[in-house]
Design a protein around this ligand. Structure first.
Ligand code: GLU
Length: 517
């Protein structure tokens, strides 16, 4: 029988979730939903020294904002609870003991000083990468070198020890990565990793493998930085007798800085001019202890759908021209085979572009709601809903973020406080002013105040003065809005209404009387 697909996102709560982590969670989620499987959230908090308060909540809030739904996890519970590794501590020991019994792991009693001395010795002998491994272990104090009675004495006396994996000296470790194909690593390059620390806590490697096995994980989809650990994990599955149900591995490509010069890291914070975190994060500076704030996509005005659509394309593509995908469409289109091996470069313009597309696709009524809230915060109240809707529909073409709607809408609530000088010096003259004044006179009695109706009236008045529409349009825009550019002018005048538009034109004509070119 086919196994149910079960994937997990397994972050360590050592800080805010970085966008690379969100992408990992997303790909896991897409695969789980595509294949009708389950998505787990497991908190890997065995390294208590690196624990950051609030990080766990941050991770869950971020996933929720992104629309990545968790089926089993610390909030949801599930058949394999608990889903927080620190609460699973008693479960790991037996597997370390099993490995020792079967000859795949051993006790190591070396003190920190002895380990330092070993590294210094190897460095002096010009060994490039000093490690505790199949060669060096023979000179150290462990249960492979010490007589059995002494080992027992040390254990009975409560001497501190760690449990290390006994990595074979000469063996090829291979596995088939779903993205990279066959990965072959020689065991001589793998060190005897610590599986159990002296405080009785498992290390990441042991806890991760034990949990993936117990939680019946079928696919391990994670960042490329874990690729070097994968051969060790394959050995662990083998030595624990779990090779037949070993998950399939898929190591995702790196995310690079926009200029391609290196990995996009948490430390880039706001230095590159865009957020690297989904939500704003309030932390503490490790050196100064001062509170820090890192910006987030949510607070910067990004829509979660746009952010997710953008992230999906950082390392994956559907093989077609289509770029806009809802979550459901992503689920439908996603496949691990189409995830690229090569690193993906972060593109700030692209994420903005996505936001624009999603913002503009929203119903005007929804944007109007946002606009009304923003305006009322500025003390602009009493804006009728239909007017707000018209304004939102008009200005959204010029907006990247919801906040831009309110900025662009200002012209409807504020008369010009000045007039674009370049346009005035080039386009304003007595003839133009005369035509505009005539138009302002006619406007209040206009029968048709739709954009088309206003345009027809304007054309008629301007041509009646022996001029062409093109000669007055820019001057008219500046008279009505003060600015040289903006949304469709006829639509602006239609929304402002004939009275207000006429008054603005008259005011401009009076104020600019001396400025005729
Ligand atoms: N706890 C690891 C992390 O923080 C999980 C790596 C994995 O998925 O195996 O990324």
């Amino acid at each position: 029988m086919e196994r149910e697909v079960r994937v997990r996102f397994a972050p360590s709560p050592t800080g805010p979730l970085h966008i690379g982590g969100v992408r990992t969670a997303l790909y896991n989620y897409l695969l789980a939903r595509k294949l009708g499987g389950k998505m787990l959230l497991r908190i890997e908090d065995t390294d208590q020294n690196r624990f950051v308060p609030g990080a766990e909540q941050y991770i869950m809030d971020s996933l929720r904002w992104c629309g990545i739904e968790i089926d089993e996890g610390i909030e949801q519970g599930g058949p394999h609870a608990p889903y927080r590794q620190s609460e699973r501590k008693p479960m790991y020991r037996q597997y370390a003991d099993q490995l020792i019994r079967d000859g795949y792991a051993y006790y190591a009693f070396d003190t920190p000083e002895e380990l330092d001395a070993m590294r210094a010795r190897l460095t002096a002998a010009k060994v490039p990468n000093p490690q505790y491994n199949s060669i060096t272990r023979t000179q150290m104090r462990n249960s492979l070198t010490l007589p059995e009675t002494e080992v027992q004495q040390l254990l009975d006396a409560g001497a501190p020890y760690v449990i290390r994996l006994k990595v074979p000296r000469k063996e090829e470790v291979r596995f088939n990565d779903l993205i990279r194909g066959w990965v072959v690593v020689h065991s001589s390059s793998i060190d005897d990793k610590v599986l159990m620390k002296s405080d009785g806590m498992p290390t990441y490697h042991l806890a991760n493998i034990v949990d993936d096995h117990l939680m019946e994980i079928t696919h391990v989809i994670r960042g490329e930085e874990w690729l070097p650990s994968a051969p060790l994990h394959v050995l662990l599955y083998r030595y624990l007798g779990w090779e037949s149900t070993m998950p399939q591995f898929a190591h995702l490509p790196l995310l690079l800085k926009p200029d391609g010069t290196g990995k996009l890291s948490k430390r880039d914070g706001d230095k590159l001019g865009f957020p690297v975190f989904p939500l704003e994060f309030h932390g503490t500076d490790a050196e100064t202890g001062q509170p820090t704030v890192s910006s987030g996509y949510r607070e910067s005005g990004y829509l979660p759908e746009a952010f997710i659509n953008f992230l999906a394309f950082l390392g994956w593509n559907p093989g077609t021209q289509q770029e806009i995908f809802s979550m459901d469409e992503l689920i439908e289109a996603f496949s691990i085979e189409r995830v690229s091996k090569s690193p993906a470069r972060f593109d700030q313009n692209k994420v903005r572009w996505y936001n624009e597309q999603y913002l503009r696709a929203k119903p005007d009524a929804e944007l109007a709601q946002y606009l009304l809230e923003a305006l009322s915060k500025q003390g602009i109240g009493n804006v009728p809903a239909d007017k707000a809707e018209q304004i939102a529909g008009l200005v959204k073409e010029r907006a990247t973020f919801p906040a831009d709607l309110a900025k662009e809408a200002q012209l409807f609530f504020q008369r010009p406080t000045g007039y674009d000088e370049q346009v005035i010096s080039k386009k304003w003259n007595a003839q133009v002013a005369g035509a505009l004044a005539a138009f302002a006179q006619e406007l209040p009695a206009a029968a048709d105040t739709t954009p088309d109706g206003i345009k027809a009236l304007l054309t008629q008045v301007v041509e009646g003065q022996g001029m062409k529409l093109g000669q007055v349009l820019q001057a008219l825009r500046v008279a009505v809005t003060g600015a040289a550019a903006g949304p469709d002018l006829m639509a602006i005048m239609s929304i402002l209404g004939p009275q207000e538009t006429a008054q603005r034109i008259q005011a401009a004509v009076e104020q600019l009387a001396g400025s005729a070119a």
